[in-house]
Design a protein around this ligand. Structure first.
Ligand SMILES: [Ca+2]
Ligand SMILES: [Ca+2]
Ligand SMILES: [Ca+2]
Ligand SMILES: [Ca+2]
Length: 569
């Protein structure tokens, strides 16, 4: 979207919210902040642009050690009636030397209300603003390291170039922040030698965002160039970024990804400029609430790492994975409840663990990996002691339909499932999408313009019995199904019977790519859980935590004659 397009989009979106129906919406909206960050321990003047900011009186910042003074508010030039006038606000930010570095944010306060949340970064290094004159190798802007550059990739297809000098043996880190600052940039970093030859590059370094990171040890000293571009060759006002470059410590891997609450342990670290530090202490004591993550500041012989590590504070005893564990015979035995710290070391790695269950016992299996920055997209299965999948349920189709439109993985809206004249779907019905995703109806079509709606959580579709909410193409086959015990035989020859084993890819809303599965042991004995990467990838950054615990059936989900299923509360 262009600058103007975005601005119109804001207005259109807010028209409905304007209480008086006046000529333009009354709520303050910020759509741009330049620069989008500042160095701690300094005063920086920033310019905030938006609408309805005329009487901005205050800036509320999330980090307490930041104070703000409104210097000037003026109408931006170039807006003519009937367009909504927009304003630019100059603000002096004073950031204390002890402020936490990282992404914070602020809101502007006006008599019309409080603005949207505006992300804003605080960094430890001196800052500079790119002047847009550096769009070719020959015009590379010089960097005095360490530094954070605030830049914008204005022209589609363009790249920004920065020159720097290094000594022989220097290990340099280039970190690009954009996605968490509201930028549309899908950054690519390139490293070029003095002749312009490519030496290294990075597109997406992190698991869940499009930002880049590049570390490089220079064998020869001299002058080099780093470039910033967009992966799809796009550009515009909202393609801003912060590039931090220097010889600072940066941790790229931590293992394990968590620690048991109340204990102290050690973690192995890898990264750049760590001064030989390979292990750090992790302190899991202190009074953090349930479900909170630990932001571990990492102190190395080379200094404090630029970013903290995100670790899980677990509730159960932790054990380390023991390889080899790729086969049924090699499966590592576990005593519940337990958290295993493991990793998928390469594309062929399969991690098997053995556990014992009583008949009817409900066991929750949960992976925490992607949520902690691991690249793993976990997939878990429960197998019997001989390594065969354990069947969970049989789905007997009662009707078969086609859905015209494609279905996004996150939407609740199932569009037109039903015929108006002969309704077949009712709230509470189970519906199987494309034979792979089991959803339950919250609402069914009643009027011609109504849509059927799936049950959801936090606005996202819930998939039942270990299935995963997915994208489905146009003309997907859907079946209304009955959920029956796993040993049920076919009762209909016209309509298909689907078998669901105990397995899970993604655990649902709030789990991201991490897995979650509830397993009801059909009989007493040993079972196995097998974990791998969904795309059969693996490597150093594919670590995980796998927790197995006995679950309390907090509430009964449904009861279909002989078969009941619980979701763990
Ligand atoms: Ca990228
Ligand atoms: Ca492994
Ligand atoms: Ca293994
Ligand atoms: Ca997954």
């Amino acid at each position: 979207m262009t600058y103007i397009g975005f601005w119109i989009g804001c207005c259109a979106g807010l028209m409905g919210l304007a209480p008086s129906g006046g000529p333009y919406p009354s709520l303050p909206v910020v759509y741009q902040t330049r620069p989008a960050g500042a160095q701690r321990g300094t005063a920086t003047v920033i310019t905030v642009e938006g609408i309805n900011l005329q009487q901005t009186s205050q800036l509320l910042f999330s980090e307490p050690d930041v104070s703000a003074r409104i210097l000037e508010v003026r109408d931006s030039p170039g807006t003519k009636p009937p367009a909504t006038p927009h304003q630019s606000v100059r603000i002096e930010l004073k950031v204390g030397a002890a402020a936490e570095i990282g992404i914070h944010g602020f809101r502007l306060v006006t008599p019309f209300g409080t603005s949207n949340w505006v992300p804003f970064a605080l960094g430890p290094f001196s800052e500079m603003t790119s002047d847009h004159g550096n769009d070719s190798l020959g015009k590379a802007a010089p960097l005095r390291l360490p530094v954070t550059v605030n830049g914008v990739l204005l022209q589609p297809g363009a790249a920004d170039y920065y020159a720097f000098e290094v000594g022989a043996g220097d290990e340099m880190v280039f970190e690009l922040e954009a996605s968490e600052l509201g930028s549309k940039l899908d950054s690519v970093l390139g490293l070029l030698d003095p002749r312009g030859e490519s030496m290294a590059g990075n597109d997406n370094f992190f698991a869940s965002r499009t930002d880049s990171l590049l570390g490089y040890k220079f064998a020869k000293g001299g002058k080099y160039v780093v470039s910033v571009s967009d992966a799809a060759g796009r550009g515009g006002e909202d393609y801003h970024y912060r590039l931090t470059a220097g010889r600072f410590p940066y941790v790229t891997e931590v293992f394990p990804l968590g620690i048991t609450r109340g204990t102290v342990g050690r973690a192995r670290i890898r990264g750049y400029n760590l001064g030989g530090t390979e292990e750090v202490e992790v302190d899991g004591r202190g009074s953090r609430r349930e479900g909170e993550f630990l932001a571990l500041k990492i102190r190395t012989a080379g200094g404090e790492a630029l970013r903290p590590a995100r670790l899980e504070l677990g509730n159960y005893p932790a054990v380390r994975e023991r390889e080899p564990n790729n086969t049924v015979e090699q499966a590592q035995p576990l005593e519940l409840p337990v958290t295993v710290d493991g990793s998928v070391g390469d594309e062929s790695d399969r991690d098997l663990y053995r556990f014992r269950a009583r008949p009817g016992e409900l066991i929750a299996l949960e992976v925490t990996a992607r949520r902690l920055g691991s690249l793993l997209d976990s997939f878990i299965e429960v197998l019997d002691a001989s390594g065969k999948p354990v069947p969970q349920a049989v789905l007997q189709a009662a009707t078969e339909n086609l859905v015209q439109d494609p279905l996004d993985s996150r939407t609740l809206d199932l569009s037109r499932l039903d015929s108006f004249t002969k309704p077949e779907f009712f709230p509470g019905d189970f519906v199987l999408l494309e034979g792979t995703e089991l959803v339950r109806l919250q609402e069914a079509l009643r009027q011609t313009d109504d849509l059927s709606v799936a049950q959801g959580y936090l606005g996202q579709r819930l998939a039942w019995l270990g299935t995963t909410a997915q994208h489905h193409p146009a003309l997907a086959r859907i079946h209304k199904v009955r959920v029956l015990p796993p040993d049920t035989r076919a009762v209909s020859v016209e309509l298909p019977l689907f078998r669901l084993d105990y397995q899970n890819d993604d655990g649902g809303p709030t789990y991201g790519k991490d897995s979650y599965l509830l397993f009801t042991a059909p009989r007493a004995g040993d079972y196995l859980v097998r974990l791998r990467d969904l795309q059969n990838r693996g490597g150093n950054r594919f670590s995980y935590r796998l927790t197995l615990r006995r679950a309390a059936p907090a509430f009964e989900l449904f009861l279909d004659d002989a078969f009941s299923q619980y979701r763990d509360g």
